[in-house]
Design a protein around this ligand. Structure first.
Ligand code: F3S
Length: 108
């Protein structure tokens, strides 16, 4: 089991999640964060911290494309640097909150 950052984080990147993670499992890309599944301990403290509900547990039945996002988190966590300190969200985050079909906007 692990936790997974999903599509709604794209172009928002609030980073409240990183401030509470006890094992520093978040990695930062240009417009998205991912969780390293090998480091996440499934404590769940990050889930309520995300203001746009972008983080889910990996057996969340409400998320249809969870397998895709699990692979994205796994792959990009090996490529991107760890982030441990909260920063400002992306400037136009409010415009992108809950927008559908952001997948192709993910900058790798
Ligand atoms: Fe993304 Fe939410 Fe963290 S928008 S950076 S998962 S607080």
């Amino acid at each position: 089991m692990t936790h997974i950052v999903t599509e709604n984080c794209i172009k928002c990147k609030h980073t409240d999640c990183v401030a509470v993670c006890p094992v520093d499992c978040f990695h930062e890309g240009p417009n998205f964060l991912v969780i390293d599944p090998e480091v996440c301990i499934d404590c769940g403290v990050c889930i309520p911290e995300c203001p746009i509900d972008a983080i889910v547990i990996d057996d969340d039945k409400k998320v249809s494309d969870l397998t895709y996002w699990a692979q994205v988190n796994k792959d990009l966590s090996q490529k991107w640097p760890v982030i441990t300190v909260k920063k400002d969200p992306l400037p136009d985050h409010a415009d992108w909150k809950d927008k559908p079909n952001k997948r192709d906007l993910l900058e790798k």
